[in-house]
Design a protein around this ligand. Structure first.
Ligand code: FE
Ligand code: FE
Ligand code: ZN
Length: 309
């Protein structure tokens, strides 16, 4: 069965229960959440996340807990040469793994890190060491940390499959590491996701191993292949295009892998700056049916009841 959804919010009093409702509203049967704001590390205690009620709702809807994906905040940097900052990132990630376990997620997606002014080799070492610390502190839990393929913006680690493979090879508990494949990032990193997805996946299998693949992030890209930019675009509106993304979503070899949209919210008109309409209901429907509607953004804009934020 196709597992398709988007990232949804987890906030207010409803927390995970609200996330499930939002995902169902989009017609999704998988989804991803940050356990709080992605740009900070303020988090609520586990007993206030409304996990039991969310699980009941998931069961009612026939969605497996394992198809809920967690994303760690993108500000933590396991590669930081500043020992205090790295230690903070490790401590925070330990708590995130515990939250993910309580939620019942199989994987928590993590941006491997940024090497900043240091070498890539040293960054890879520190990321592996940090992951070992996190995995040792959460021994016995089954949640895996899914290293995300990155676009190569700035000093990001994880632009090449080899970089993720090197991190995995250096850790002692590699059985709890997996990989999240972001179509926009891999395209921006230079791989030919658009015209040679199967070739890219053969390379992924050769370098990392197919069995590590845990999640797809399905995003179009605002930039040409190899641009190292990391700017997501709505499906069918970017340099990857609808056909390529739809065939990834429907590829039978990856049927069991949750596919998560992280495409941008839509603005009120073409010139507005503030993005207020989530595109996920339309994008999920188009991908499911494998039929692109070039007017979908305008359709979303003309329906103000869909406004959010
Ligand atoms: Fe990410
Ligand atoms: Fe992503
Ligand atoms: Zn991105």
């Amino acid at each position: 069965m196709l597992k398709l959804g988007s990232h949804v919010s987890m906030k207010g009093d409803d927390m995970l229960l609200g996330s499930v409702e939002e995902a169902l509203h989009y017609g999704a049967n998988a989804f991803m959440v940050y356990t709080g704001a992605p740009q900070n590390t303020k988090r609520k205690p586990i007993d206030r996340l409304r996990i039991d009620e969310a699980h009941a709702r998931l069961q009612e809807a026939g969605i497996a807990k394992a198809d809920v994906v967690i994303h760690a905040p993108y500000i933590i940097n396991l590669a930081n040469a500043d020992e205090k900052k790295r230690a903070f990132a490790v401590e925070f990630l330990i708590e995130e793994v515990k939250r993910s376990d309580a939620i019942g997620a199989k994987d928590i997606v993590l941006h491997p890190g940024n090497h900043l002014q240091d070498s890539l080799e040293k960054a890879v070492e520190r990321i592996a060491q940090s992951l070992d610390e996190v995995l040792a502190a959460t021994r016995g839990q089954s949640v895996r940390i899914a290293l995300e393929t990155m676009s190569g913006k700035g000093t990001e680690v994880g632009r090449r499959f080899e970089e993720l493979a090197a991190i995995i090879a250096k850790t002692r508990q590699a059985d709890r590491l997996s990989v999240c494949f972001d179509t926009c990032h891999v395209h921006d990193a230079g791989y030919d996701v658009k015209d040679d997805f199967s070739g890219v996946m053969r390379e992924f299998d050769r370098v990392i191993g197919r069995e590590r693949l845990a999640v797809f992030h399905v995003n179009d890209s605002k930039n040409p292949r190899g641009a190292n930019k990391d700017r997501h675009e709505n499906v069918g509106r970017g340099h990857i295009g609808f056909e390529a993304l739809a065939s990834i979503v429907h590829d039978e070899d990856y049927e069991d892998i949750p596919k998560i949209l992280e495409t941008p919210y839509v603005t009120a008109d073409a010139n507005a700056k503030k993005r207020v309409f989530p595109p996920y209901k339309e994008e999920i429907a188009m991908l499911k049916e494998r039929r692109f509607d070039p007017a979908f953004l305008d359709r979303i804009r003309k329906n103000p009841s869909r406004r959010k934020g």
